[in-house]
Design a protein around this ligand. Structure first.
Ligand code: FPP
Length: 213
């Protein structure tokens, strides 16, 4: 979900406003999830490297997360959205951890998954999974995959990055091995459900070979 800061800067607004508008884009997308029939939508909300940002910005992002869970949880439940969190989220502030645990429990029977990457880094995730696989003496692709945070999610098919940057920034590195990639110039706060529909149409036209011919 890249481009919140630039969206705000273009308008002479504080970065925090860009993040607030970023949350609104998330909300629009979650509301439009059902007809897409997507099994899972994963959003990169806070990376393990985002702690390097100013204390104010980190606080803003954590507060947005608190408010988002509080305000939108009833809607998730009503719309059969199952929340999933990936990353080292259990080391976030205790009140956020408690709030997330409650939200996970309350949405456990949902149909479509909204996975939120929080304090997430792909390299950390792979290292954690490899250590768990090694602990039981089985360092194979299957064993590592079984210990990833995403082990219970559908395979990653399409990875979209907004704001014109063409890099993965430590997002779902393992899972992206054969994923289709889409890099769009749209800044995240401007990302509409129609952009997702267009992305899915683009994905449907791709020919996937997984290394075969
Ligand atoms: C990247 O834009 C965005 C982030 C680091 C935060 C994304 C978070 C949200 C949209 C809000 C919280 C999410 C939820 C699910 C409630 P940037 O700030 O790096 O933008 P820039 O590259 O233009 O400066």
């Amino acid at each position: 979900m890249d481009g919140n800061g630039r969206w705000a800067k273009k308008r002479g607004l504080p970065r925090a406003v860009g993040h607030q508008r970023g949350v609104e884009a998330v909300r629009r997308l979650v509301r439009a999830l059902e007809p897409t029939e997507l099994e899972c939508l994963t959003l990169y909300a806070f990376s393990s490297e985002n702690w390097k940002r100013s204390e104010d910005e980190v606080d803003d992002l954590m507060n947005l997360m608190r408010r988002f869970i509080k305000s939108d949880l009833p809607e998730f439940i009503a719309n059969n959205v199952k929340l999933k969190i990936i990353g080292d989220w259990q080391s976030l502030a205790p009140d956020i951890v408690a709030m997330l645990e409650d939200a996970l429990a309350q949405t456990a029977n949902g149909k479509q998954t909204l996975a939120v990457a929080l304090n997430y880094g792909g390299q950390h995730e792979i290292a954690r999974a490899a250590a768990k696989a090694a602990a039981v003496g089985e360092v194979t692709i299957e064993a590592i995959a079984a210990h990833l945070d995403t082990a219970d999610l559908a395979p990653l098919d399409l990875l979209i990055r907004t704001s014109g940057e063409i890099r993965l920034s430590n997002f779902l590195l393992w899972q992206a091995a054969y994923a289709e990639m889409l890099f769009v110039d749209t800044l995240w706060p401007d990302f509409e459900p129609a952009h997702l529909t267009t992305a899915l149409d683009d994905f449907a036209r791709r020919e996937r070979r997984y290394g075969g011919r």
